[in-house]
Unconditional design. Sequence first.
Length: 513
Amino acid sequence: YQPLMDAMATHMDTVYEARPLLAFDVASDPAQTHEVTAPYDRRQRVGTVLWTTKTQAEQALDAAWAAFPRWEATPVGERADILRRFADLMEANMAELMALCSREGGKLLTDGVDEIREAVDFCRYYAVRAEELFAEPTRLPGPTGESNELMMGGKGVFAAISPWNFPVAIFCGQMVATAVAGNTVLAKPAEQTSIVAHRVVELLREAGMPRDVVQLLPGDGPTVGSVLTSDPRVTGVVFTGGTDTAQVINRALANRENAALPTLVAETGGMNAMIVDSTALPEQVVADVIHSAFQSAGQRCSALRVLYLQDDVADRVIQILEGAMAELHVGDPRDLGTDVGPVIDEDARRGLQAHIDRLKGEGRLLAETRLDPAHTAEGTFIAPSAFQIDGIDALEREQFGPVLHIVRYKAQDLDRVIESINGRGYGLTFGVHSRNESFAEEIAQKIRVGNVYVNRNIIGAVVGVQPFGGQGFSGTGPKAGGPHYLLRFATEKTVTINTAALGGNASLLALGD
Ligand code: UN1
């Protein structure tokens, strides 16, 4: 990491000025300018963000609408090449992007590396998939005297609404997937991470993405979000964030007058569980639990929230866990010795603290990491903690932070455990730890989630290898980083030609040659 650290050092004090990146230039406006400070130390400025006004958002939509036919007609190879150049540029600027992920998003440097790598992988993966899916019409077999072809196109204008917890990876994944499929895109980054989003879109423009094809609209939900979800010209929305917000977006899209039926691709919350049976290796379980529950300060939708321990192994696992949690260092994410950084902001900290205080009040605390005020006094930090609860139903909502809930179960109650996890209605990630192969397989079969992990941690899905996404309250699918993702942003047109009438074996391919 040393060369990266040295390169990053040159970006640690830059004060940024982010602004909307639209098809047209926007004037500065002090009334629309917001300060950004670092989550690990609120005295440190990262820069300012100029928020998009409602009128600008509407004008951006005009431009996106006008640009769509031209962009859709651009050969897919050219669209994919922009993604490849963009990936190269992100790699070349990795140190700066990592520095921004830490300074603005509170991410550990190691998380920053994974983050930029994932964004690069999304670009290269979707570029290849787009060329496979969109390059040529597919000829379909049919009766003599007729040709049938399936042609792929874009859908129109997409709004891409992304979260702060993956401010480069998910932000890029949404943007490049919708764009390479032939759509024009209005990207609304999370309010908390607009500066890194701005830098990323500057690189995307440098890679050759036309200004009116992908536009960046920093701002808040009531202003920018509501334009994007109420205008009938928005063909679809790709969203990652909370389940509640996805439901609000779904209702807003459905309530539009004179709008075509929309596409909503949502990747939302999780109440992810892990089941550990008596044959599991306690040391390995604890290593994977710490990783799954506390990496990224638990701020991943894939993170472990509820750990089910079979009675025979529970005491041993909890004892090792307690020791391991006592060793975690909470503090400045730019320090390589830090294991757990801050949570994103004061609202998040307050919500988590209230949940923790309630469980402590009920006497449920099992283990906790100590905060050292010398490293945490100026930021929004939450100490990792573990509590005993009776079951997943005791949790009212997803707690998006480093809080682990532990349930003891008896072997004969396993079916009831699985029923209650399935019955809770979320379905994102799930883990099982067991050295009994048929036990693990049986559970993996019964559990209704998007991603099952056996004898390992449950976060960090790899693009193209572990397609990621859930079901139920956890999302609509299709899976990001999977082979079918781009299809949800595409139209399919079947063209049937009576070739006899054209006097031969005509096909669109032949006509186009
Ligand atoms: C999210 O946290 O919003 O597998 C989803 C993982 C990541 C999760 C991203 N792909 O941990």
